[in-house]
Ligand binder design. Structure first.
Ligand code: FES
Length: 136
């Protein structure tokens, strides 16, 4: 199949737009859903019950609750602002004021969805790995 110059330019523009859409969605938010593990460190470092918020800018809160280790996404389910912790172990969004309880359930909107739980595992070296989405 031979393309004339006009057809080539149109086809190239379409391909470039398609490539751009894989990184950025229509509303400007990232649509990259690649998953990757973040090494949070040795499991022994998280023995105390409570919320470890040092990973909030990496996409999650690590939580020790009733002896179990779990991770909640730190990205607000409204428009993806990074959530803050509150001393009572709840969460608040600095952008539009949504709040979430200690288990990540919405207690005040505009967010409608609960904070997602992220997969957590401990590898053979005893290190905590949390699976997050995106390029980070
Ligand atoms: Fe969190 Fe809007 S981005 S309430």
């Amino acid at each position: 199949m031979k393309l004339n110059r006009r057809q080539f330019v149109i086809l190239s523009a379409g391909l470039l737009a398609g490539c751009a859409m894989t990184k950025t969605g229509i509303n400007g938010h990232s649509s990259d859903t690649r998953k990757r593990d973040i090494d949070a460190g040795p499991a022994d470092a998280f023995r105390e019950e409570g919320v470890y918020d040092r990973f909030r800018n990496q996409g999650f809160f690590l939580i020790r609750r009733h002896g179990r280790l779990l991770a909640l996404s730190s990205s607000c389910t409204h428009r993806s602002c990074t959530l803050n912790t509150v001393p009572d172990r709840t969460f608040i969004c600095p952008c539009h004021g949504s709040t979430f309880d200690a288990k990540g359930a919405v207690t005040k909107g505009p967010a409608q969805k609960n904070m997602p739980l992220l997969p957590v595992r401990i590898d053979s070296r005893g290190r905590v790995l949390v699976q997050v989405s995106g390029t980070g």
